[in-house]
Design a protein around this ligand. Sequence first.
Ligand code: NAD
Length: 489
Amino acid sequence: MSLNLISRRHFLGRSSGLAASALVGPNLLLRGQNGAGKRLRIATIGANGKGQSDTQGVTLDHDIVALVDVDSKRLEAAAKHREKHHLDSGKATGQAPKLYSDFRKMFDEMANEIDAVIVSTPDHTHYVAAMHAIKHGKHVCVQKPLCNYIGEVRDLHQAANKAGLTTQMGNQGRTQEGQRLAKEWIEQGAIGTLKEIRLWTNRPIWPQGPKAKRAAQAPSELNWDLWLSSEPSEPYFEFDLPPAAEGSKGKGNRFGNSVHPFAWRGWWQFGSGALGDMGCHIMDASFAILGQLIPERIDATSSPISEFCAPVWSELVYHMPAGRHPALKVSWHDGSKDGKPNKPEISPHMTSELARRAFDKASSGMMFIGTEGTVFEGEAYCSSPVIYNEERYTQVRLDMKAGKIKKTETRSVMPNNPQGEWAHHVVNGGKPSSNFDYSCPLTEFVLLGNLAVRAQQSVQWDKQGMKVSNSESANQFVSRPSYRDGWKA
Ligand SMILES: NC(=O)c1ccc[n+]([C@@H]2O[C@H](COP(=O)([O-])OP(=O)(O)OC[C@H]3O[C@@H](n4cnc5c(N)ncnc54)[C@H](O)[C@@H]3O)[C@@H](O)[C@H]2O)c1
């Protein structure tokens, strides 16, 4: 009997650990030489918000067979959005996807009609939704950060590899040209020896800091209990914020004091703060350039936190061991401090008026500082990096033209479309740019910063043992404290 036909209760009852995955083969027939041109049957869990554009990335080339969202209005809007995208593109809408509020019910009822699953829910549900998909043998594309706990990231990685599935994280920068260029420049000596990396973002643009919960009436269209998913049951709440509280500018105000949608990001339970939100983008190029190394120690300072919420600003230093480059520090600045954007010092190579203006304008960015120049990117994805000073950049471009600096990195088959790229590789074989072998350690790299922030101290990371070696209490933040019955696959 196929596990796809087994009811959820039965499935959950018998599938502890990875035992169940052995019963369900991934859709291997879809891959390899016979797969070309096949249309996948894809389900999106978390259909609105980012899920809407994630679905858009695959819907013209594949069949969206199900959309899942716990907010009925947003679910309907996501279905309409998909249809409109087809009409705008002059392509038939095809069969309308089935609509669900509970992804477990979807797997119960139609697992054998699904090949692959996109997960675009708030962070806390990534693990349980993706694990259900993996244990049903479905290829998975999960939004960033893969999970908000390191223990879950490791678990997901192991389960997906054991099941032989094609995986992807939704960090679009990884599929783009810019990250590859930056790596090629640095590896081929364009800025001398790499000495230091400085990263920053203006996030959070949603409420963070030591906020409190206030009981409130849940919107009628929202199934709050399903929204909580594996988290303990609790009455609906919103931020207890005065009208113009610090850090509440932007989306926090736009959505009132509600945590749903979007503004859940600052809660440790549901999100992963500014670092978790932007780190998988802004740290991505650094992680690739440094050879996917995990830091040995992370220092953290931040504004006050609470047991519930991430800080308004934080500053981190990742101590990286030597590898492709000498041992060096990667620093991270986020939020605003003393009423000003919390940014690092500008690179000493960025002395011109043009360079200063580019730096001042950059609300997020990165600087790879070498002995002879700096690779600068003024946004989060490293889409279009440049080199300072300007003379050096001119020379690098001439060297590229002359073939002295070569293209050594494999290019994506679908730049800036991680969902489309993933589906392509499910069908045709090969690995997506941010497959779990890459994106699980990247997410761990990012979440180590949160570990230090939550511990409010420097942490020494024992990668092998998956534990903090200099503070026992910090280890409480490595894995999710509990899962509600019925949610863990
Ligand atoms: N790659 C990117 O550039 C990018 C950009 C934005 C968001 N994201 C990521 O996408 C994810 C979603 O973020 P968002 O901004 O769209 O959040 P959101 O809150 O705006 O939207 C999430 C959607 O998921 C639904 N949902 C919540 N719980 C669910 C559940 N248990 N089952 C099914 N649906 C559920 C919500 O109703 C909502 O419609 C996050 O992990 C975020 O980090 C990535």
